[in-house]
Design a protein around this ligand. Sequence first.
Ligand SMILES: [Zn+2]
Length: 324
Amino acid sequence: MDTPSIDDLPRPSVGRLAPSPTGLLHVGHARSFLLAWWHARASGGRIVLRLEDLDGDRVKPGMAEQCVRDLAWLGLDWDGPTIVQSQGTAEIDAAVTELVARGLAYPCVCSRKEIEAAQSAPHPGQEKGRYPGTCRGKWPTLAEAERATGKPAAARLVVEPGRIELVDAFAGPFASDPWSEVGDFPIARRAGAAAYQLAVVVDDGRAGVTVVVRGDDLLSSTARQWLLQRALGLPHPAWHHVPLVVDEGGRRLAKRSDDLSLSELRTRGVPAERVVAWVARRSGLPDAEPAAAERFVHAFTLKNVRRTPLVLDRGALAELVDGR
Ligand SMILES: [Zn+2]
């Protein structure tokens, strides 16, 4: 008799909120996090909170606590304890070791300057600092590369040429070619710190994340994360890349737009409900009174969210800040 294996059982959906505490959260972040949270709750799924604090140079003291306060102020909650990326790096390090041992990644001792010098003129579509593969196949382990060169070694994933075609559950089909855009990309930095893409993939895998709703500025990272998931035998989540909030000139809000930070709005007496209502009105949701985040869960569907950037023009700003 066939017994269903664990793989046949429907997996409960698991979403995530993943702020990086490198600056104050602003209206644009609020919008992405509300969409992620509404989507998770509307589908009856779980959602975890992960603080992506591995970028040691850019993380600002106290900002992690501020992120958590801001999300709670918006009325969002999450399941299980807050995951702090920097407190769980052992599995990320193990993934680096595994990938190097399997020949899917290799040590690299190049400095940023050397890489930029090797790439005299980037072609269109190439990122500055595309890695030309200088160190590929030179040393079997990071330790050996360091012994041989006297330099600290990073690790890079071997990327084969070719387009990767994926389907975003919100934005539709998209393709990218990581080999020509970035080349063999870092999975561990020279000081031993995990690189962003690998940390995201390992931590999503560990938390069992099945649904990712995030800003479409991260669309270009997706193929790299897909490659890492394949290399590590992890399932791919259903990606949903939503357009960002932009200013009147079409520029994305920067973390330095502190006057639109949630903490500044709060200081100026803007109630959380006004921020939530402002986002809800632009996400295909009917009004609710009071505009608490949870009041919108039942009516939410990503299908009603527009695929064009949300423009924060003068009128939208007045509505947000002054409530008119
Ligand atoms: Zn190198």
